[in-house]
Design a protein around this ligand. Structure first.
Ligand code: NAD
Length: 520
């Protein structure tokens, strides 16, 4: 893997030009903090404004570009990503520590999303609708919304932006993106590929920077009227602030937020299948997926046996350098997540809890892991952990921990399992392992999450199925699949009267009266 540092001090890509700022930001390789992956600078408020203005200037021409031509550029982008799949996956693994196989999967999702939406450029269907008046026609059109501002998280720095930008651009919107400060190099190459795909200047703009500075400036610009639509993927706390700003401006954002995803293991579950699903849901991507398992809910009759097997299986997990295919997970994405993991262990684990894998924490810094091949001194590696005896009253039950830390709850009957699966207030993903169709039916009907797996992991998405959550996980907006076109277009109704006179609907409509005197 290349250890070249991208040292260009860019702060933004505005109107087709890279520009620089003054305050440095650096993304580090979380497997080895000595490896600087990218050195950029922060976009200040004026630069964010310039990016939004550039998108505004490019909007009219882009909206009037035929949709199949717009989609042709998405096709170009998808082909370029495909051609650079290996290189982009390597950058992703180096920058956020995602196991290489998962990085390749993430980049494939970008390609799948492009492939799915290319043909939408030849649809974006409106309707012809019958009028109640003669010599009058009614139509509906999908119109683009305008300037789309988007802030994204660190854990899916290529796939999630594509879920937004691919449909947004096909639909005729122009874009401003603030990628995560933890994935600067990934965002840089992503932008380069966008540029090479042929999008006109100003159609796709990017601003780099930290959340409290560049991100906050981005939110301020909602009040300045610089954006017509906002997409945000990240934590619930920041999502709420964005929702407030959008609400003040009568906009509906797409908010894709945190999760505390439940997985129920029923008494009739296939235990080996459930164990595999639990381990991947818990520790895939080191537990740093929005869909990672938060609350494992096990039936009391199988509880002891399941925990014994789960602990044994988890102890065999290999942790270490994300380029080694044998390692199940690599480091946490950045030092920030290592610190918050340690805080969770210190503050959320209570006296009545039990940690069957021992105290967790930073590997090599007071704790060890038997199967570990990383650089403990310089990497942000942590042990996996299950927290037993969790109840619905405990703070850890309803706090997203975003790391390899999973609660375990024991249930007596299906109603209690459903309460445990729903009461934390998040509603992103969910899963059940059972062989009983009645139980599956109950689960599907009563779960409040936006996504559910039956006999499968809580994690994993396909480019053509709606992705998103409810409650603290989002405002009900969805990404992926055909439905997302509704996020990026607004309906325009047109009536065209060719009668040559003023015809008033309802009042002049020539309805025929029935003969109400008729009786059998
Ligand atoms: P985060 O909220 O810390 O940051 C997300 C983005 O918001 C980043 O670009 C960040 O710079 C920016 N930001 C941070 N503070 C800001 C502020 N004050 N004003 C404006 N912008 C600000 O989230 P993260 O740590 O990058 O990612 C982890 C979170 O994202 C988890 O909660 C995870 O569940 C969630 N997530 C959700 C989904 C989903 O689809 N629902 C997908 C991925 C991640």
């Amino acid at each position: 893997m290349s250890s070249k540092t991208i040292d260009n001090r860019y702060s933004a890509f505005v109107n087709g030009e890279w520009i620089k700022g003054s305050k440095e930001i650096i993304s580090l390789n979380p497997a080895d903090r000595r490896d600087q992956v990218a050195i950029f600078t922060e976009a200040d408020k004026d630069q964010v404004r310039a990016a939004a203005d550039s998108a505004r200037s490019a909007y009219k021409k882009w909206a009037n570009t035929p949709a199949p031509v717009r989609a042709g550029m998405i096709q170009n982008f998808g082909r370029l990503v495909e051609q650079n799949k290996l290189a982009l996956s390597k950058v992703l693994t180096r920058e956020i520590g995602k196991p290489f196989r998962e990085s390749m999967g993430e980049v494939q999702e970008v390609i799948d999303t492009c492939n799915f939406f290319i043909s939408e450029g030849r649809r974006l269907y409106g309707q012809t609708v019958p009028s109640e008046m003669p010599n009058k026609e009614l139509f509906t059109y999908r119109r683009p919304i305008g300037v789309f501002g988007c802030i994204t998280a660190c854990n899916f720095p290529a796939a999630v932006p594509s879920w937004y930008f691919v449909p947004a651009l096909v639909a005729g919107n122009t874009c401003v993106w603030k990628p995560s400060e933890d994935a600067l190099a990934t965002a840089y190459y992503y932008t380069e590929l966008m540029q090479k795909a042929g999008f006109p200047q100003g159609v796709f703009n990017v601003v780099f920077g930290n959340g409290p500075t560049t991100g906050a400036a981005f939110i301020d610009l909602i009040d300045e009227g610089k954006f017509d639509k906002i997409g945000f993927t990240g934590s619930t706390a920041i999502g709420k602030r964005i929702g407030e700003a959008c609400g003040r401006n009568l906009q509906t954002p797409c908010l894709e937020l945190g999760g505390k995803n439940p997985l129920i293991v029923a008494e009739d579950a296939n235990i080996d299948l459930a164990l595999d699903g639990v381990i991947f849901s818990s520790f895939g991507t080191a537990g740093q997926r929005c869909t990672s398992l938060g609350n494992l809910i096990i039936h009391h009759k199988i509880y002891d046996n399941f925990i014994t097997k789960l602990v044994a299986k988890t102890k065999a997990i290999k942790i270490g350098v994300p380029t080694n295919e044998k390692n199940f997970y690599g480091p946490l994405i950045s030092e920030r997540f290592l610190r918050s993991h340690e805080t969770h262990l210190a503050k959320l684990v209570e006296k009545h809890h039990e940690l069957p894998l021992g105290k967790g924490g930073h590997i090599g810094h007071g704790v060890n892991w038997e199967h570990f091949d990383g650089d403990a001194e310089n990497g942000f590696y942590t042990r996996p952990n299950f927290v037993l005896n969790v109840s619905m009253k405990d703070s850890i039950y309803s706090t997203e921990t975003f790391g390899p830390l999973v609660n375990v709850l024991k249930y007596q009957d299906d109603d209690e399992a459903m309460a445990m699966a729903n009461n934390h207030g998040y509603g992103l993903s969910s899963a059940i392992y059972t062989s009983d169709p009645q139980r599956i039916y109950k689960f599907k009907n009563e779960i409040t999450a936006g996504m559910s797996s039956i006999n499968n992991s809580t994690t994993g998405a396909e480019a053509h199925l709606p992705f998103g959550g409810n409650g603290k996980s989002g405002n009900g907006g969805r990404q992926s699949g055909i439905w997302v076109v509704d996020q990026f277009t607004k309906w325009h109704s047109v009536n065209w009267d060719m009668s040559g006179k003023l015809q008033l609907a309802q009042m002049d409509t020539e309805y025929v009266e029935p003969d109400m005197n008729y009786r059998f």
